[in-house]
Design a protein. Structure first.
Length: 134
């Protein structure tokens, strides 16, 4: 019964849908965060998972944001229970958030046609008249 809607499509075996990849990415980041102690290697694994989520689909940015909020909430709750505030532990989810935002916005620059059209026009003008500085 669950597979019945899939059988209505002609090219069901030729299509790869991105949503399961997003689910695997979310699971990977959560497993990395909750199973291993935070080290440089584990931090890079988490950043890699957030990287994949962010570049796979626009919804992945939302999921990466939710994951960073979960990590931040977990760190703040642990710090509150211990009554000890360690800025290094609080900074890890904040660095992840900055990484996701920076990655998303640099990836979206190419989608603005005015910037790329302006750059192409300027380069085209510079090639036609090599003596002028643009």
């Amino acid at each position: 019964l669950l597979l019945l809607p899939i059988t209505m499509f002609y090219d069901v075996y030729n299509s790869i849908y991105v949503d399961p990849i997003l689910a695997f990415g979310v699971a990977y980041v959560l497993i990395c965060y909750y199973t291993d102690k935070m080290s440089v290697f584990n931090f890079l694994r988490i950043l890699g998972g957030l990287f994949v989520l962010t570049l796979t689909k626009d919804t992945g940015v939302v999921l990466a944001g939710v994951l960073t909020l979960v990590m931040l909430g977990d760190v703040l709750y642990q710090q509150w229970q211990e009554r000890k505030w360690d800025m290094k532990k609080i900074g890890i989810p904040l660095v992840c958030t900055a990484f996701v935002c920076g990655l998303f916005f640099t990836w979206q620059i190419s989608s603005f046609p005015s910037i790329s059209t302006c750059a192409t026009n300027r380069l085209g003008r510079a090639r036609k008249t090599p003596d002028t500085i643009v």
